[in-house]
Ligand binder design. Structure first.
Ligand code: ADP
Length: 468
């Protein structure tokens, strides 16, 4: 099967969160299963500057129409790890950041239209797999493609939807204004990219079973997107939990660690990594207590207020916390962190330091208010670091509380319990202080986080689409 994964980000070129992990690790897993896999993403400035080799592979060049305008696009190609990468080069993406601009909906409309034209010129794909709002209008356009290409939309985060106007239908996507009231594109008083994909892709899914249930049962959150799925696409909707790139995230071989380790020697080796990170951040390297960490977008979704509520508890329990994060709440976290010497905030995106922190920590905090899948909790467990999580979405599917006996690999709390995170923190510290961590670490480190099972589930999903 020839599959094109359309995504706003993919490792090893561009990543801001779990979607960047997903595209690359899933693409590689599919290729290993013998499928013909391509990934297409925008050529961001950071790719052009940090991976200039990409520019050696000129592949195609074309113009396309957006409303009354003509837009030019170059396409570069590179083959690595069994996957064909295609990069669409357009002025609008040649900026310092990947996202966060006032014209993002127009930028990603350009990307969608560029991929749409790419598919008319390279028309031999069986499945086009779109991801999140930045790509979600593509399925409706492909319904006009004479070769009936199967389409799948994966929702990695329903909170981001791409809100546009009725006029944008024509000026971005060449769709008639009358289409606004077709039932396919409008949500409330706006043209909504995500809804458009939900209504028009052959199959849709989200990235865990629990989050799929949560969406179907939540008719008011996320602008009512759950109600649309429940009413209109219930039987085409499923949950498939993400795997992890177990080659990259492997404590036995990770080049970013000071000492590599397995379950056999994790105690002494994690302690060495802990000293190293304390030293590199100018903290007390002889500190002997527990280390908590969070590596995250600092947004309300991630339960940043819950993490902050633990700051005053750290000194009481002889513990420290290191947070690596960026996002709209970074000022707020910095303000609170400055009042607690036990907390160190690294206010930047730092992939290398993140690897070391996963290895150095005793506990990883992920008290999200919602979490479609979550990648970080699985990385933490693989690195022998016990997660403390709310019981939502993919966290509920992958982390099992200490009270659960043989399968326990962390600490969970009820999302509705306002003191849940605090209580879980103290339960974790009690476990640490009484030396009862080992069985949980063993289960966590032995877990199968690979893509083997989930990649096959996606393939089955592709095959379940009726050929038209
Ligand atoms: P989301 O996709 O919602 O942001 P996930 O847990 O699925 O959350 O994925 C987050 C990924 O991004 C993880 O691989 C995590 O290590 C990484 N990450 C998040 N913030 C940072 C940061 N500031 N520096 C380095 N890596 C980060």
């Amino acid at each position: 099967m020839k599959i094109l994964i359309v995504t706003p980000e993919s490792l090893p070129y561009a990543k801001s969160g779990g979607l960047g992990d997903f595209a690359y690790s899933y693409g590689k897993a599919l290729a290993k299963l013998g499928e013909d896999v391509s990934i297409i993403l925008p050529l961001y400035k950071q790719i052009r500057t940090k991976h200039p080799e990409v520019l050696n592979g000129f592949f195609d060049q074309y113009d396309f129409r957006m409303g009354g305008r003509t837009q030019g696009c170059g396409v570069f190609h590179l083959y690595r790890d069994g996957v064909h990468f295609y990069f669409t080069a357009m002025d609008r993406f040649d900026r310092d950041q990947m996202y966060g601009y006032g014209d993002d909906k127009e930028r990603f409309a350009c990307f969608i239209m560029a991929v749409n034209t790419f598919l008319t010129r390279h028309n031999d794909y069986d499945v086009v797999h779109c991801n999140d709002w930045q790509t979600a209008v593509l399925p409706v356009l492909l319904n006009y493609n004479p070769k009936k290409i199967k389409t799948v939309l994966t929702i990695h985060n329903p909170a981001y939807q791409g809100w546009a106007t009725r006029d944008d239908l024509m000026s971005y996507f060449n769709l008639q204004p009358g289409y606004y009231d077709s039932g396919y594109v409008r949500l409330g008083d706006s043209f909504n990219y995500l809804k458009t994909g939900i209504m028009s892709a052959d199959k849709i899914n989200t990235v865990s079973k629990t989050h799929a249930k949560e969406l179907l049962n939540d008719h008011t959150g996320f602008g009512g997107i759950g109600a649309i799925i429940d009413w209109c696409r219930h039987y085409d909707f499923s949950g498939i939990v993400n795997g992890l790139d177990v080659d990259i995230w492997n404590p036995a071989s990770d080049p970013h660690l000071v000492e590599n380790y397995t379950y056999a020697d994790y105690r002494e080796k994690k302690a060495i990594n802990k000293r190293a990170i304390f030293k590199s951040l100018g903290m007390d390297e002889n500190f002997s207590g527990a280390l908590f960490s969070a590596i995250t977008r600092l947004s309300s979704q991630k339960g940043v207020d819950r993490i902050e509520s633990l700051f005053p508890e750290l000194a009481k329990r002889h513990a420290k916390m290191i947070i690596i994060g960026t996002g709209e709440m970074e000022g707020d976290v910095l303000y609170h962190a400055l009042q607690h010497p036990e907390v160190y905030l690294v206010k930047r995106y730092d992939e290398n330091l993140a690897h070391l922190l996963y290895a150095a920590s005793d506990f990883f905090l992920m008290p999200s208010y919602f979490e479609p899948c979550g990648t970080s909790q699985m990385i933490a467990m693989r690195y022998g670091t016990l997660p403390i999580v709310s019981d939502v979405g993919g966290l509920n599917d992958t982390v099992f509380d200490i009270s659960k006996g043989d399968i326990a690999n962390g600490f969970t709390f009820y999302n509705w319990d306002k003191d849940g995170c605090l209580k879980a923190f103290h339960r974790a510290m009690d476990t640490y202080d009484s030396g009862r961590m080992d069985p949980l670490i063993k289960v966590g480190m032995a877990g199968d986080y690979s893509w083997d099972k989930s990649a096959k589930q996606y393939l089955a999903l592709y095959h379940s689409i009726d050929w038209k």
